[in-house]
Ligand binder design. Structure first.
Ligand code: 5GP
Ligand code: ZN
Length: 114
């Protein structure tokens, strides 16, 4: 998608601090971290929201979680705990319409989220 912010990060048109990258997935630090560790894990393929997933996306969506766990281990927060969040749509506070998993860690979170 030409105008999608995260597609631009995938294409390296906008810089990001990359934590993991392969042919399907990219992980990079959030520009405005909400926790000491805040990494976004995205499919390289543009999918706007969870509502737009197709069966062909099942494998890569599972991979987002495994890559998040790998990055959590690398950042030393796997054992203390981490949150994996995907916001879908306006009421859930999705602002960037390219599916992304938030890996957040390094502080204690409350539940339910605000
Ligand atoms: P959402 O609210 O859509 O679930 O999350 C979007 C996230 O993208 C926010 O946490 C925001 O800080 C992050 N973000 C927005 N623009 C950029 C950017 O240009 N680079 C990076 N690395 N993160 C961004
Ligand atoms: Zn995109």
């Amino acid at each position: 998608m030409a105008d999608c912010l995260f597609c631009k990060i995938v294409r390296k048109e906008i810089p990001a601090k990359v934590a993991y990258e392969d042919h399907e997935v990219l992980a990079f630090d959030d520009i405005n971290p909400a926790a000491p560790v805040h990494v976004l894990v995205i499919p390289r393929k543009h999918v706007a929201t969870l509502n737009d997933l197709a069966p062909a996306d099942d494998a890569v969506m599972g991979k987002l979680y495994r890559v998040a766990a790998q990055v959590a281990r690398e950042r030393g927060v796997a054992d203390s705990g981490w949150r994996a969040t995907v916001n879908c749509g306006r009421d859930a506070h999705q602002l960037v319409f390219h599916v992304h998993l938030h890996l957040m860690a390094g502080r204690a979170f409350s539940w339910p989220p605000g």
